[in-house]
Write a new protein. Structure first.
Length: 154
């Protein structure tokens, strides 16, 4: 495996985190079935959902860059995660706005016109995966906190 390539084990860990979150959400849904649909939302859970959406989009953008490493004339694209997160939080739950994706400047362009750097994209992927895992962990804690509050009175 080259230095800039993502580690397949990272994908398995990421998939496992997503599966655990989905399992927990399904458990919530099934527990609420027949009792009327129980919708659990907090400001923090909404913000974490936006965070997860943006980190997922960052992973998709990075994967697209990696997939186009041999495409002549392809230019690396990216988004400013922090600015997009600030914009998402400023909407106060209104309609979600698609993140702004721009060409990344300042990269070395090869003779074929392509400027994708596998080293850079590998680092971008690792950062995006870390953000996603952090978001999943925070979301799990938020729902645990909510369930503890619900079950405290029983």
């Amino acid at each position: 495996m080259n230095r800039g390539e993502p580690n397949p084990r990272d994908w398995k860990t990421l998939d496992r985190g997503v599966e655990e979150l989905e399992t927990e959400l399904q458990r919530i849904w099934w527990q609420s079935a027949g009792k009327g649909l129980m919708q659990i939302e907090t400001t923090l859970s909404d913000e974490l959902a936006r965070y997860l959406d943006l980190s997922t989009r960052q992973i998709q953008i990075t994967a697209a860059n990696m997939a186009n490493i041999d495409t002549p004339g392809y230019r690396t694209v990216g988004m400013n995660f922090e600015a997009e997160m600030a914009a998402a939080l400023a909407t106060d739950g209104e309609d979600e706005v698609a993140p702004k994706i721009d060409e990344v400047g300042g990269l070395v362009v090869r003779p074929d016109g392509n400027d994708v750097s596998m080293d850079r994209e590998g680092m971008q992927m690792a950062e995006a995966q870390l953000k996603f895992r952090t978001g999943v962990a925070l979301m799990r804690r938020e729902y645990t906190r909510i369930f503890d509050a619900i079950h405290a009175g029983k």
